[in-house]
Design a protein around this ligand. Sequence first.
Ligand code: COA
Length: 173
Amino acid sequence: MSYATLRSPAVMSISPAMDDRKIVSLPEGKEPVLRVMSMPADANPHGDIFGGWIMAQVGTAGSVLAARHARGRVAAVAVNSFVFKQPVFIGDVISFYAEVWRVGNTSITVNVEVYAQRNPADIETVKVTEATLTYVAIDSDRKPRPVGPLGRVPQYPKQSVFRFGDDGVQGRE
Ligand SMILES: CC(C)(COP(=O)(O)OP(=O)(O)OC[C@H]1O[C@@H](n2cnc3c(N)ncnc32)[C@H](O)[C@@H]1OP(=O)(O)O)[C@@H](O)C(=O)NCCC(=O)NCCS
């Protein structure tokens, strides 16, 4: 996803706040909309994960929730804010938590909080990124369409979770 084409200039900074440096827990009672492990291809030669890769994942995570509320296709129209609070390293398990902050006529603004977990022997959890993005519900002609009032968010059915069986064939749980 290229944010260069977005209409609103993104407010970005790379300024870790001291308060965010402490080790935290994942948000209790919430499910991440996305969880992914960062790989060597996503990093510079020092092992630091590219900010652009994190932005792409955040854009995807926010769109998952926006699309559920919009009950269909959405397009990102603006990155309202984006803060890289802490670095992400190769092998971190990264969890993206999304929350709807505002619903307009055709637009949905979503806040995404990102946590990294590392060191499986003694797991350390840090909040690495927080961002706010606005999505617009669009129809098949890419024209904005009304999203309606904020209602119950449809959940993906548990049966849609896949796993690999012992025989190596992918099947439903
Ligand atoms: C998203 C898109 C369809 C909107 O079409 P548009 O005719 O420009 O939309 P409108 O001016 O009618 O605005 C639609 C909504 O977006 C909101 N919006 C528009 N620009 C915005 C901005 N810079 N910041 C926040 N919200 C914005 C409007 O307030 C409106 O919200 P509302 O209906 O809830 O009041 C169009 O801009 C587009 O296709 N953009 C490219 C999307 C894209 O490719 N994204 C991926 C980039 S990597």
